[in-house]
Design a protein around this ligand. Structure first.
Ligand SMILES: *Cc1c(COP(=O)(O)O)cnc(C)c1O
Length: 244
């Protein structure tokens, strides 16, 4: 029985390694095309819906940045894998009542998209700091690039005020912007728009230079548009069960 399990484990490790190699090749090729240094692009492997054992295998393959979209799942994994030196990125829609929990383990929150979250995240970040944790919780303002609000994100016109509120909040560090390319819009166009929003943001907040854009299907367009962080799930881990 243990042999069978070990065998499965080995297969999964090889599968994940192949996924990582394939994504790495795509990122390198896109950087070459864009004339960018690969070191300027961080790939966050989005592990939502996959077991903690997969995340542990990824860590053993050199992955340091992992992304999750639900606090319920992320908080359990982060606790279980606390010894592995992983940096947890929260990329999903964030409910106000989960902000405190997320602040306890997140390295970077990608999905700050409304005023109420600023206060909630700040409270959590202050608690973490006062408990001896890092001085600040890094946050990206999520920008909506279409009129469809269900995927989250602040309207581009609302970004400056939300960014100011974030940077003024106790124990929060405004780090940049994030977006998901809307359905039915050419990713290159969406990411060009995000780049404009990011540039505008840097006028007021020069240190806020992170641009999180690009997933398995559109990472090349994101690299070409200047993304510093890619959020890649299925291209590394395989397809997720539907409804996520
Ligand atoms: C799931 C998810 C991803 C990864 O998507 P893939 O298409 O599997 O690469 C990236 N960003 C966010 C916000 C997600 O929820």
């Amino acid at each position: 029985m243990t042999d069978r399990r070990a065998e499965l484990g080995t297969d999964r490790r090889a599968e994940l390694e192949a996924g990582l190699v394939a994504v790495r090749r795509r990122v390198v090729a896109a950087c070459e095309q864009a004339g960018r240094d690969v070191a300027g692009v961080t790939t966050v492997v989005v592990t939502k819906t996959f077991p903690a054992s997969d995340v542990a295998l990824l860590a053993s393959l050199g992955v340091r940045d992992v992304g999750e979209s639900k606090d319920q799942e992320a908080s359990v994994k982060a606790l279980e894998l606390a010894g592995l030196g992983l940096r947890w990125h929260f990329v999903g829609r964030l409910q106000t009542n989960k902000a405190r929990s997320v602040a306890a383990y997140a390295h970077l929150v990608h999905s700050l998209d409304r005023r109420r979250l600023v206060a909630a995240l700040s409270r959590g970040a202050v608690e973490r700091r006062d408990a001896g944790g890092p001085p600040a919780l890094r946050c990206l303002v999520q920008v909506s690039l279409d009129a469809e609000p269900s995927r989250g994100g602040a309207a581009p016109d609302d970004v400056p005020a939300l960014a100011d509120a974030t940077s003024d909040a106790d124990a929060l560090e405004l780090t940049g912007v994030m977006a998901i390319a809307p359905q039915g819009v050419e990713p290159a166009r969406a990411f060009a728009r995000l780049a404009e929003v990011a540039e505008r943001l840097r006028r007021d907040h020069p240190g806020a230079d992170v641009v999180s854009a690009g997933m398995s299907g559109d990472l090349e367009a994101a690299v070409l548009a200047g993304a510093t962080h890619l959020r890649v799930g299925s291209a590394v881990l395989g397809s997720r069960p539907p409804l996520e």
